[in-house]
Design a protein around this ligand. Sequence first.
Ligand code: SIN
Length: 300
Amino acid sequence: MSPTVSEAPGHTAAASSSAITIRPLPGSFAAEVLGLDLSQPLADDDFRRIHQAHLDHHVLVFRDQHITPQQQIDFSRRFGPLQIHVLHQFQLPGHPEILIVSNIVENGRPVGLGDAGHYWHSDLSYVEKPSLGSMLLAQELPAEGGDTLFADQHAAWDALPEPLKARVRHLKAEHSYLAKYEELRARSPWRPKLSEEQIAQVKPSVHPVVRAHPETGRLGLFVSEHFTTRIVGLPDDESRALLAELFERSTLPAFQYRHVWRDGDMVFWDNRSVVHLATGCPEHLRRRLNRTTIEGTTPQ
Ligand code: SIN
């Protein structure tokens, strides 16, 4: 199965490059991509290699990408249509497809969403068509901290005890953007009061607890502590206990990759295969990244 490859506006035919190296990162499922300059048109053969590597590794780290917002958008669009985040306050001016993730406050106003990724999650799992993947491009990095953790949900599923697999295989769960919103709002300057229109944009969705990856067919867990509120059809206490167990099992250290950011990194992860968490950095250190999210399909 292959994705819908929408031609990005800036996409022109280009010769494929044998200089690209895709190198697994030691001790992890992720891989780094070297020798690729995303400010230049990407040949279709190279695109296919990147696409396959993304399916194989779930997290790709493109090194040395000093690209413009439009180049990030154009590359992202080759994987599908882009999603616009409900917090329009933190869109990059002139580029609504980019969400600024940042703890920086300028003239008393936060420039981006500073607590994005505070809890484990898969991006936009609360909409009917959650994100296929997200690209996060470093703009300004702290000297200390600010790492991002990723946990492989196929490995987490594979490792579940058989009775637990049988119990959860056909369950469904509700995902809600608002689940932790007020809790985060109470202790951060990054959560504005949502308008009625914004609330209407983020109605909860129900998805399978175990989803089949639409391109590889691999099963993976699809619940997260940030957005999953309840298992449909179970009494509250049972639902809470089961979710707590799944949250724990899905993010065990054995399934994790820790990304330590470097200048020029752009990380592209598969939200159908991993959940992720921002580990945070000391408050006085500046951190800023630009994020695009690509629309996926309704989980099955
Ligand atoms: C996110 O959850 O998209 C942000 C992750 C990060 O800032 O490390």
